[in-house]
Design a binder for this molecule. Structure first.
Ligand SMILES: [Fe+2]
Ligand SMILES: [Fe+2]
Length: 168
């Protein structure tokens, strides 16, 4: 059975993953409107993944005798003045998510809830990938700068980009 305090912070993570899904969705829609099809495809699929992260938590909370709260959808605040600002925000958001997961893991140890500790290891591993993906994309953007031809090629690359592993 989940403690009340863990139930509360896991629910907070449900909200964060839901927010992540909205952020990626907003970016997808923006990119689509700008004609960047590859980036849009990538962002739509990331948005789906974040929703899956949220669902996994919802089910876990309920399975352990807690009660999952389904958060309200909020409009993400995005600065899309440039690709650089956009992808910097994305990277910073993923770093913030990793910190939040780490904090959760820490609390499970304090409370000696090893089942939840074990459950969260999946998120720890996932965040390594997510941060690496966000960092790789940001590096590329920094290389390209505002070069239109470079952005065109970058967009093309993104069509088949499904994360850091596929970059090799
Ligand atoms: Fe996530
Ligand atoms: Fe993420």
């Amino acid at each position: 059975m989940l403690s009340k305090s863990l139930e509360k912070i896991l629910n907070n993570q449900v909200k964060l993953e839901g927010d992540s899904s909205q952020i990626y969705l907003a970016m997808a829609s923006w990119a689509e409107n700008q004609g960047f099809e590859g980036i849009a495809t990538f962002m739509y699929s990331q948005s789906d993944e974040e929703r899956m992260h949220m669902l996994k938590l919802v089910k876990y909370i309920n399975q352990r005798g807690g009660e999952a709260n389904i958060p309200q959808i909020e409009e993400p605040e995005l600065d899309h003045t440039s690709f650089k600002t956009l992808f910097t925000q994305l990277f910073e958001h993923e770093v913030m998510i990793s910190k939040s997961i780490n904090e959760l893991v820490h609390i499970t140890l304090q409370e000696k809830d090893y089942a939840t500790h074990n459950f969260l290891q999946w998120y720890v591993a996932e965040q390594i990938e997510e941060e690496a993906t966000a960092r790789t994309i940001l590096d590329k953007i920094n290389l390209i700068g505002d070069d239109k031809g470079g952005l065109y090629m970058f967009d093309n690359d993104m069509k088949n980009f499904s994360g850091v592993q596929s970059l090799a």
